[in-house]
Ligand binder design. Structure first.
Ligand code: ADP
Length: 249
């Protein structure tokens, strides 16, 4: 037969282990809130449904569990968009100060609810850098939300913007966005795994705050596309510093 196209090898047809475990993870993450909601529906269909205080308590749990599923779907979409976009060239220019203000604004509501204060400081003139505004806003919102969620009660989260010619962490001209929080800190051995999909230091704590385990994976993808970087430092009992570097071209 005529043809130059090689039949697909069975090996290349097999999903990579990474993809298989990703699908398994996603299924698991969806199944647990779904099982909970399903269970409460069954319970409410019985006599418990006639008890107003039980009804309210179960509805509140169902509310929280559906919110978790919504967060998961929206983070999955963001992650897949970030992966698709990674191959595309970036052409826009960023007003980093404005984006930081918008990210603070967007996080203000959950910060207030948790009695946390967000403080933005611009420590030097900030030049325009090339980037995707929506992407970088999302990076900052993800980081700020984490700081709000994992920091000590009533604490302050600092956001500092500064321009550098070069630093040991990023040896070329850049704008650094530093986010500092006060918390129990992150153990040294976990730091390098935080940007893995679904990696969480404390699973139940993450779930409790509506976390998906995807926030930092999205951050990593976006920064890779921008040829930037994120450096995470943490001190047990003190808190963490997340340094985002965006190159100045
Ligand atoms: P999640 O949705 O669980 O917050 P992320 O990918 O955003 O997922 O973060 C992964 C994990 O890293 C979190 O579950 C948490 O254990 C840890 N983490 C992230 N940000 C912070 C922070 N500011 N302080 C302490 N731990 C953090």
């Amino acid at each position: 037969p005529f043809g130059i196209k090689k039949p697909k090898s069975p090996v290349s047809n097999q999903p990579s282990l990474d993809k298989t475990s990703f699908v398994a993870n996603v299924s698991h993450e969806i199944r647990s809130p779904l099982t909970a909601v399903n269970g409460f529906i069954e319970t409410l269909k019985g006599p418990a449904g006639d008890d107003p205080s039980k009804r309210l308590r179960f509805l509140n749990i169902m509310d929280k569990e559906t919110q978790r599923m919504k967060n998961l779907v929206s983070d999955l979409l963001s992650l897949s968009l970030a992966e698709v976009k990674q191959k595309q060239r970036i052409s826009g220019s960023l007003n980093v100060i404005l984006i930081a203000k918008e990210a603070v604004e967007a996080t203000q509501k959950i910060a207030k609810k948790n009695n946390k204060t967000l403080e933005l400081r611009v420590k030097s003139p900030i030049p325009e850098v090339t980037g995707d505004t929506e992407n970088i806003r999302q990076v900052l919102i993800n980081l700020l939300e984490n700081s709000v969620n994992y920091s000590h009660a009533d604490s302050t989260i600092n956001i500092e913007l500064e321009q550098f010619d070069n630093t040991t962490d990023f040896p070329e001209p850049s704008v650094r966005i530093r986010i500092r929080d006060k918390s129990d800190g992150i153990p040294e051995q976990d730091l390098h795994r935080l940007t893995e999909r679904f990696y969480r230091v404390d699973k139940s704590r993450s779930r409790n705050v509506g976390g998906t385990g995807l926030g930092l994976a999205i951050v990593k993808h976006i920064l890779l596309r921008h040829e930037g970087d994120i450096i995470i430092n943490s001190k047990l009992g003190k808190g963490s510093t997340f340094d985002v570097f965006l190159p100045i071209d």
